[in-house]
Design a protein around this ligand. Structure first.
Ligand code: GUN
Ligand code: ZN
Length: 433
């Protein structure tokens, strides 16, 4: 494949911007370029400099759009694509009424394969190039997702959900089969191409102590795998967990006691935390994951981003489809901004765009591979049109700075603002630009 040179307004982060004026934290190049060669970024910078190195490259001129690293979604449920926007319930009734029946359908490998295609299409339509996904309990669902991602050269972190109680039989494994299936998937997929495995006990309610113990053993045997689960999303969930694990000091202590906590652990939601739990998360380097559209949709509560950050914790941000209502990381930022406003916390646009790119890459320990437009990293790039809709166009007439423009995209943007998404250097959207 020939080299491809993308021309546009380049924005990439080196660090988390401490304020809208923190220009050291990012590079912005008005006439910028990214040179993509064999799926990686060979060079990026000013168009003049990069073009000089790329005499034979095919030039794709995306001006006046922005070029940014592909977005990273750190918590999403692949088998929930058909239950987004299911009415009326909070977490536990929503799981029982809508989620578990939908996940049972993934016993059918053909269904799982078809949905994996739709899932990856939706991610890239919305500018997301890396996802951290829960699959269903069926090993074949993880197989379907990893295969689909491999066929697209797409970076994917995923795991078969482990759950051996408090759900319908059709979506239960056992402590032993959960271990065996996960182990086989790790051997087959972990660190193969762009795939990484996440050991995935769903949450304390759906795992017996035996299953959590064996999950901890698996994490110990594979310390470079991720671990993903849910924590303290909803008051009824927390109360039920306390009855199931009466010895635990608090909800987090359930996971902690089985050796699951560490810097590669992602804790979806983490809303209603006790001081001890926050201290333990800070000490172990685990990562709470903020899921704004989901937290509002299920009425779960307000994530205390500033409170956790003040303790030195690094939070991820994610859609949590299908309790989340949009695949768009832009819409996720929009709702996130409002949740923080309700708590008198601020999310400025530069930090927001850092969060869904390099910030989430840091959470995953992958800044050497994704999250920036730095030379040597993987060629996952989004092209963003700040005037994608009539409403955005009118608003943009009065945008006065880069951070003003980014805020318009953050609040008003969705898949329509994603003019193109490159995964490993290959365009994924129908070329309308
Ligand atoms: N807690 C356990 N499972 C789930 C899930 O599928 N979605 C959400 N939002 N919370 C959960
Ligand atoms: Zn979730």
């Amino acid at each position: 494949m020939p080299d491809t040179l993308l021309r546009g307004r380049l924005l990439t982060f080196h660090d988390e911007p401490s304020s809208p004026d923190d220009t050291d934290a990012y590079s912005y190049v008005e006439d910028g370029a990214v040179l993509m060669r064999d799926g990686t970024i060979a060079a990026s910078g000013t168009f003049g400099d990069v073009a000089a190195e790329a005499k034979d490259a095919v030039v794709k001129d995306h001006r006046p759009h922005l070029l940014m690293a592909g977005f990273i979604d750190t918590h999403i449920h692949f088998p929930q694509v058909q239950i987004v926007a299911s009415w009326g319930n909070q977490l536990l009734d929503w799981l029982n009424g809508y989620t578990f029946p939908a996940e049972a359908d993934y016993a059918n490998a053909q269904h799982a394969r078809a949905m994996a295609g739709h899932f990856c299409d939706l991610l890239t339509e919305h500018g997301t190039t890396t996802a951290v996904a829960f699959c269903s309990v069926h090993a074949s669902s993880a197989e379907a997702l990893f295969s689909e991602a491999r066929d697209r050269n797409m970076r994917m972190v995923a795991g078969k959900t482990m759950m051996d109680r408090n759900a319908p039989n059709a979506i239960l494994d056992t402590a032993q089969s959960g271990y065996d299936d996960s182990k086989a998937l790790i051997e087959r997929w972990h660190n193969k191409g762009r795939a990484s495995y996440a050991i995935t006990p769903r949450f304390a309610i759906t795992s017996t102590p035996e299953q959590l113990e064996i999950s901890g053993a698996l994490a110990g045997e594979h310390p470079d795998c991720y671990v993903q689960t849910h924590l303290s999303e909803n008051h009824d969930e927390i109360a039920f967990t306390a009855t199931l694990f009466p010895q635990a000091r608090d909800y987090l202590d359930v996971y902690e006691g089985y050796g699951l906590l560490g810097p590669r652990m992602m804790l979806g939601h983490a809303i209603h935390l006790k001081d001890r739990e926050i201290g333990a998360i800070a000490e172990t380097g685990a990562h709470p994951v903020f899921c704004p559209t989901s937290n509002l949709f299920l009425g779960s509560g307000l994530f205390d981003d500033a409170g956790l950050r003040a303790r030195g914790i690094q939070n991820g941000i994610a859609t949590d489809i299908g309790a989340g209502t949009s695949y768009s990381m832009l819409q996720t930022l929009n709702e996130g901004y409002k949740i923080l406003q309700l708590q008198d916390q601020k999310l400025h646009a530069l930090r927001a765009f850092h969060w869904i790119t390099r910030g989430n890459a840091e959470v995953l320990g992958l800044t050497d591979k994704i999250g920036t437009l730095d030379a040597g990293t993987e060629a996952d790039v989004v092209v963003i049109n700040a005037r994608a809709t009539a409403a955005m166009d009118l608003r943009m007439d009065r945008a006065e700075s880069l951070s003003d423009e980014l805020f318009v995209i953050q609040m008003m943007g969705d898949d329509r603002a994603i003019a193109q998404t490159y995964v490993s250097g290959v365009p994924q959207k129908k070329d309308l630009t």
